[in-house]
Design a protein around this ligand. Structure first.
Ligand SMILES: Nc1ncnc2c1ncn2[C@@H]1O[C@H](COP(=O)(O)OP(=O)(O)OP(=O)(O)O)[C@@H](O)[C@H]1O
Ligand SMILES: [Mg+2]
Length: 260
């Protein structure tokens, strides 16, 4: 199967500092990639380049048969196909949940409001938040707001979702409810690129772990191999900080959700 996303010899600088170095990464449709690595190694920058939030320096980045580094790339169009959710959810505070979710489909994609609303409500129901459709963001917990942010992105019908430390700002008891939603998307075959510090989740959800250090990809392996037998000293050092991972069960026990 041909790749949905392909970075080839991809480089990115901030001023003099090269933060992504000769990145080669292929992602097939339906694959779940978890990107791990120490702080500052370039994980967020990699995702942001894919979404046009950062401008690449050189190399190639192909998405769904299109070269994104070409000058004429319509990033507005690309962003509709590549959903991204960050640590902070950026819901519009003056809009209720439903209006937040419908903004993209109706205003940007010019879809029929009734159709979009039916999809939005179905998605809200699946993440357990249909009863909050009229609430304002300030009336919701962090975990609820993050699930709304995910629904907002999904409602654009993207081909791939990027998650950058989406649980990092949440209280521990809210982390699980958000990770369950992502796990559900993974089970349904959605293509996902995930940056997380939740190692048990990474191990359970990933088809492949991409380990980065200082702007380079050092390893790309299935989670069982990466966590039990990392191939580089840097990955070993990184994992030692999470040494409790060895004691974890192979699959995290998560509540079964309705399919999204
Ligand atoms: N807008 C920017 N201007 C200049 N340098 C930047 C900018 N954004 C990131 N950097 C630098 O690029 C490098 C990679 O940053 P990036 O945010 O991608 O790392 P990360 O792996 O996501 O780290 P973390 O785990 O802390 O989120 C770092 O050295 C960072 O200081
Ligand atoms: Mg980051």
């Amino acid at each position: 199967m041909s790749a949905l996303i392909e970075f080839k010899g991809f480089n990115k600088f901030f001023g003099e500092q090269q933060v992504l170095k000769e990145i080669d990464l292929q992602v097939k449709p339906g694959e779940v990639i978890v990107i791990l690595g120490p702080s500052g190694c370039g994980k967020s920058t990699l995702l942001r380049c894919l979404n046009g939030l950062e401008v690449a320096h050189s190399g190639s980045l192909n998405f769904n048969g299109r070269e994104l580094l070409d000058k004429g790339t319509d990033w507005r169009d690309v962003r509709q196909q590549i959903g991204m959710v960050f640590q902070s959810y950026h819901l519009f505070p003056h809009m209720n949940v439903l209006d937040n979710v419908l903004l993209g489909p109706v205003k940007v994609q010019k879809r029929d409001r009734r159709d979009a609303r039916a999809q939005a409500e179905a998605l809200l129901e699946r993440v357990g938040l249909l009863d909050k459709r009229d609430a304002f963001p300030r009336q919701l917990s962090g975990g609820q707001q993050q699930r709304i942010a995910i629904v907002r992105s999904l409602c654009m019908n993207p081909k791939v979702m990027l998650f950058d430390e989406v649980t990092a700002a949440l209280d521990p008891e809210m982390v699980k409810e958000v990770l369950e939603v992502i796990q559900c998307l993974a089970r349904e075959g959605m293509t996902l690129l995930i940056v997380t510090h939740e190692m048990a989740f990474a191990r359970a959800v990933a088809d492949r772990i991409v380990f980065m250090d200082a702007g380079r990809i050092l390893e790309q392996n299935p989670p069982e191999l990466f966590f039990t037998n990392p191939q580089t000293a840097r990955a070993q050092q990184f994992l030692e900080k999470f040494s409790y991972v060895e004691a974890l069960p192979k699959k995290t026990q998560t509540k079964e959700l309705e399919p999204l």
